[in-house]
Every structure is written in structure tokens, then in C-alpha cells.
Design a protein around this ligand. Structure first.
Ligand code: RIB
Ligand code: CA
Length: 313
């Protein structure tokens, strides 16, 4: 009997974050979610912490929610209401959460949890800008070696950027934080747009979720209906890319994904390419590999997994 993997989800909900959180909470026999730490990103912190509590309450699973940093380490916050709507969870109307916000700051929760749990037993799953993680590493360097692995959504190489021509949103918002994380030496699994742009919802899948007739099915269907309009208009693609759900799906079913262990570094100097993940996919440099950079996901199997798991909530 293997024990469930201990994880902390760092998040800026965001409809796709919400699906990721629900997926994680649907599999307590596989994943022990020690807590959610909200970060400013898609929408300001006041909304991301509220949205994280909305999702926790919707799941019916008891998970602590902590508010973390309300701005990037050294830059003003850039948000993405144009993608996620004013609330960050547009598309489904859910009641104001009664689920409480834990009094401990998210960064302190990360530090205390990593110091309490045995070294190498906690995986961090950042789904937004890396501000909370990098701030914890800077404030308490002793925790870095205690992290088992970081599995994060962020970056792009062949897919190029989605917030600028060169950069993906999570990395772009706080490139200095990303630089700290990518240079930390912690084993990294990076789930970039190269992978998540293949994780597109289909009309049939969304209607299948709606057909579950559950509050979770209704909410996820409404969120994806709203969320897909941006990518459909921009890329002409069918469906919404469930970026962040790929992080949790990787934990549950890594065989659905493939990629390369390569060097990935973050542009923090050039305003033109700020936040670019410079991925040495063809290994043309001698820079040491620091990340498993994913390039592909089995779309059909991914959405079968999502339906199976979300139907349990
Ligand atoms: O670029 C996609 C990422 O930015 C996702 O995590 C989405 O939720 C937004 O945070
Ligand atoms: Ca996110």
C-alpha cells in the first residue's frame, strides 16, 4: 500500500486552476493536498484567494487555503481578466465561499510545511506566477533541498508566448521569481504551452461533464465554455486549453506525457523577450539540464481521466 503523494498547490484561479484543484482533490488515495496557496496572477490576490476557497468548498474536501503574495517580487502585477473574466472564475455562478481563509500567510505555510514534513516528501505544484515559491526560497534557503519535486505550468518553446510574442503568462508576470526557481536545483517538471495547447476541451467532453448533473460538472462546463472563447478567437482552435489540469494529470498519469530533460533558463534582462523560457530543446549549449520539459500529452486519455475523476466529486 503506497501512501498518497503530499502536494501543495500554488494557484491563481483561473478556470483552469480550478479544474486542476478539483482533479487533485478527487484522488485522495493518490494525492494528499496539504494546502492551497493563492498568488496574484490571473486576477488580484483578493480574488485568487476567494476563488481558491470557492473551489475548495465546491469540492467538498477539507483543504486549507492560504493567501500568499499580492504582487511579483520586483515588478508591478500584470493580470489576465481578458482571458478569465473580471472575477477570474467567470462562466459559473457560485455562492460566496463560507470556507475560511487560513490566517497563516501562504509563504509562511510553504516554509513551515517543508520544515515539518520529512525531506523529499512534498511536491510543489505551482499553477501561476512563481512569486510565493521564490519568496519562500529566498526567505528560507534551508527548505530548497527538502522539496521533492516541482511540477509547474509555465513557459513555452515551440508554441512561443501567449502574453507577449516571447513569453507565457505565469513566467512573464514574475520572471525574477521564475529565475530563482529554475536555478534552485530542485528537480523540475515544466508543463509549457507546447504541451497544454494540445490539452484542448471538445464540445462533446464539455457536454458530457454538463450531463453528469452534478455541481462540479455544471461548474466545470460553465468555466470551460467561458474560458475557451479567448483561445478560439486568438488561435482559431476548438476548445479551451486546460493548462493547469495537466500538472495534476501528470502526477496521476505521467505516462500520458512526454518531453525531454533539458536546460531551461529565464530571460530577465531584455524587455523585448522578458519572461521567455529559453529551452535548449536541441541541446546546442553545454548548459546543464535542469528540467523535464514536456512537449506532448495524449489528449483523449487526459480527458477520459478528467471525466472519471471529476465524476467522483
Ligand atoms: O499561460 C497559462 C497560465 O496562465 C495558466 O496557469 C493560467 O491559469 C494562467 O495562470
Ligand atoms: Ca494558473
Amino acid at each position: 500500500m503506497t501512501h498518497p503523494r503530499k502536494i501543495i498547490i500554488d494557484t491563481d484561479p483561473g478556470q483552469d486552476d480550478a479544474v486542476a484543484i478539483l482533479l487533485a482533490l478527487s484522488a485522495p488515495e493518490r494525492l494528499e493536498v496539504l494546502g492551497l496557496t493563492a498568488v496574484a496572477g490571473n486576477v488580484p490576490l483578493a480574488l485568487t484567494q476567494r476563488n481558491a476557497r470557492v473551489v475548495a468548498q465546491l469540492s467538498g474536501r477539507p483543504v486549507p487555503v492560504h493567501a500568499g503574495c499580492d504582487a511579483p517580487m520586483r515588478r508591478p502585477l500584470v493580470t489576465a481578466e481578458h482571458v478569465h473574466g473580471k472575477t477570474g472564475l467567470d462562466g459559473a455562478t457560485l455562492p460566496e465561499p463560507t470556507w475560511p481563509l487560513s490566517p497563516q500567510h501562504g509563504v509562511d505555510f510553504l516554509i513551515d510545511t517543508l520544515r515539518r514534513e520529512a525531506p523529499g516528501t512534498v511536491t510543489l505544484c505551482p499553477l501561476g506566477p512563481l512569486t510565493n515559491i521564490a519568496t519562500a526560497f529566498a526567505r528560507a534557503p534551508d527548505i530548497v533541498s527538502r522539496v521533492a519535486e516541482i511540477v509547474l505550468m509555465g513557459g513555452a518553446y515551440f508554441e512561443v508566448g501567449n502574453i507577449t510574442p516571447a513569453a507565457e503568462f505565469n513566467i512573464y508576470v514574475d520572471p525574477e521569481a521564475a529565475d530563482i526557481v529554475f536555478k534552485s536545483g530542485v528537480p523540475l517538471v515544466v508543463v509549457p504551452l507546447d504541451c497544454t495547447h494540445k490539452a484542448l476541451t471538445s464540445r462533446a467532453w464539455v457536454e458530457g461533464l454538463r450531463g453528469l448533473g452534478t455541481p462540479v460538472g455544471q461548474a466545470v462546463a460553465g468555466w470551460t465554455d467561458f474560458f475557451e472563447r479567448f483561445d478560439t478567437a486568438k488561435y482559431g482552435s476548438e476548445g479551451a486549453p486546460l493548462h493547469d489540469a495537466c500538472v495534476i494529470a501528470y502526477l496521476l498519469a505521467p505516462h500520458l506525457f512526454s518531453g525531454r530533460h533539458i536546460n531551461v533558463e529565464i530571460e530577465t534582462g531584455s524587455e523585448l523577450t522578458l519572461g521567455m523560457t529559453v529551452a535548449d530543446w536541441w541541446r546546442v549549449t553545454k548548459r546543464a539540464p535542469n528540467a523535464l520539459f514536456l512537449g506532448h500529452v495524449d489528449r483523449d486519455a487526459l480527458f477520459d481521466l478528467l471525466t472519471l475523476q471529476l465524476s467522483k466529486l
